[in-house]
Ligand binder design. Structure first.
Ligand code: SF4
Length: 157
């Protein structure tokens, strides 16, 4: 995770999913670098954050999917997040989403760029909870919390 200094916080008005900025924080231990997101971070216009790392998960870690709905349903207590080992890791996902949202509020962030398909960051589609590669309409837990509170989200493939 990049070190965030107070100066960076002051200048930045955007948060980006950390994996988009070249941070190797994904479940598979890799990054998913997007040139635009990385440039924003290097120019100090954006701060890179990963809700799952903020929650205390490590990288690599077992993949996770939402079962029974999408991020909004998780927030409402109607769906849960499981990893591929069958462990219920919903509480961690909620904690990470809240930590990222707290940062957004405390630092006057107006826009968040989120990595597509993630059970935390996904915006328009996520996997269906069966770990079979099937996608369904819906967003991740962090995306849902941001949207619920009126924060603009931008989906990055
Ligand atoms: S998609 Fe979101 S939760 Fe997943 S590694 Fe990237 S920043 Fe972290």
């Amino acid at each position: 995770m990049p070190i965030i200094c107070d100066e960076d916080r002051k200048e930045a008005s955007i948060v980006v999913s950390a994996c988009l900025a070249g941070v190797a924080c994904r479940y598979d231990g890799q990054a998913k670098t997007d040139a635009g997101a990385l440039r924003l971070v290097l120019e100090k216009k954006a701060v890179a954050l990963c809700p799952e790392i903020l929650a205390g998960f490590s990288s690599p870690r077992p993949p996770a999917e939402i079962r029974g709905g999408d991020g909004f349903d998780v927030l409402n207590g109607e769906a849960r997040v499981y990893n591929k080992k069958g462990e219920d890791i919903t509480d961690g996902f909620l904690r990470g989403a809240q930590k990222l949202f707290d940062f957004v509020l405390e630092n006057g962030i107006t826009e968040v760029w989120l990595k597509a398909m993630s059970p935390s960051c996904g915006v328009s589609e996520i996997y269906d909870g069966s770990f079979s590669g099937r996608a369904v309409f819906g967003c991740g837990v962090t995306c849902a919390l941001l949207r619920k509170n009126g924060i603009k989200v931008v989906e990055i493939p």
